[in-house]
Design a protein around this ligand. Structure first.
Ligand SMILES: [Zn+2]
Length: 214
């Protein structure tokens, strides 16, 4: 107890501080499904971003180790008198801001394709071109696009008279993909959105492409 502050990433995700990566991923997936703004409404965006930030840090071994050190230092120094210079200087952790939005890579997919920040690759993979700074820092990316989903209005016995999809059994819906880009991300890393739309016919994934300074 006592570590239940809103900034405690472990408490946010409801896991122990020694949880392994499988446990972490499971907790994140469940929370992401519940709090994804497409499902929970735009009022959930702030919560979702907090959860994403917690997951981005804890899923990266280096960032997690740094966070654990900071967390331990904070717990110790809130106890007795200060004065002993233990732990790393706080500035070392500060240049990483994994919860920040990567705004150049966020927005409508068509716009990102048009300006060359993204490119459609094989299958349903979309490549994102990060510059050196973005790749080092990491952060959140949200990309909206229209995707085919199974028509939910079709009658179960699939006769012709569905007015929503005109019998095609497929409609297009707006999908917001939320991606957590870990700091120091490696070229070729495949990123899955935190949630997919219900009834989506094909899942969409993203691949990180690093390129030098523009
Ligand atoms: Zn239909």
């Amino acid at each position: 107890m006592g570590t239940n502050s809103p900034d405690d990433y472990y408490a946010l995700l409801g896991i122990d501080s020694n949880a392994d990566s499988a446990k972490l991923r499971r907790a994140w997936r469940q929370l992401a499904l519940r709090w994804h703004p497409d499902r929970a409404g735009s009022g959930a965006t702030a919560t979702f971003q907090k959860l994403s930030e917690a997951y981005t840090v804890l899923s990266d071994p280096t960032a997690r180790a740094a966070y654990d050190r900071r967390r331990g230092t904070a717990a110790r120094s809130s106890g007795v008198s200060s004065g002993d210079a233990t732990g790393a200087p706080p500035a070392t952790a500060r240049h990483r801001a994994p919860g920040a939005m990567l705004s150049r890579l966020s927005g409508a997919l068509n716009g990102l394709l048009a300006c060359g920040a993204a490119r459609r690759a094989e299958g349903d993979v979309i490549e994102l071109f990060l510059n050196a700074h973005e790749a080092a820092q990491g952060g959140m990316v949200t990309i909206s696009m229209r995707v085919p989903v199974r028509c939910s209005a079709c009658p179960p016995d699939a006769t012709a008279s569905c007015t929503r999809c005109r019998g095609t059994r497929t409609v297009e819906e707006l999908f917001s993909a939320w991606l957590a880009v870990p700091p120091d991300v490696v070229d070729g890393t495949l990123l899955m959105p935190s949630a997919q739309l219900r009834g989506m016919l094909r899942s969409v994934s993203f691949r990180v492409r690093r390129r030098g300074p523009l």
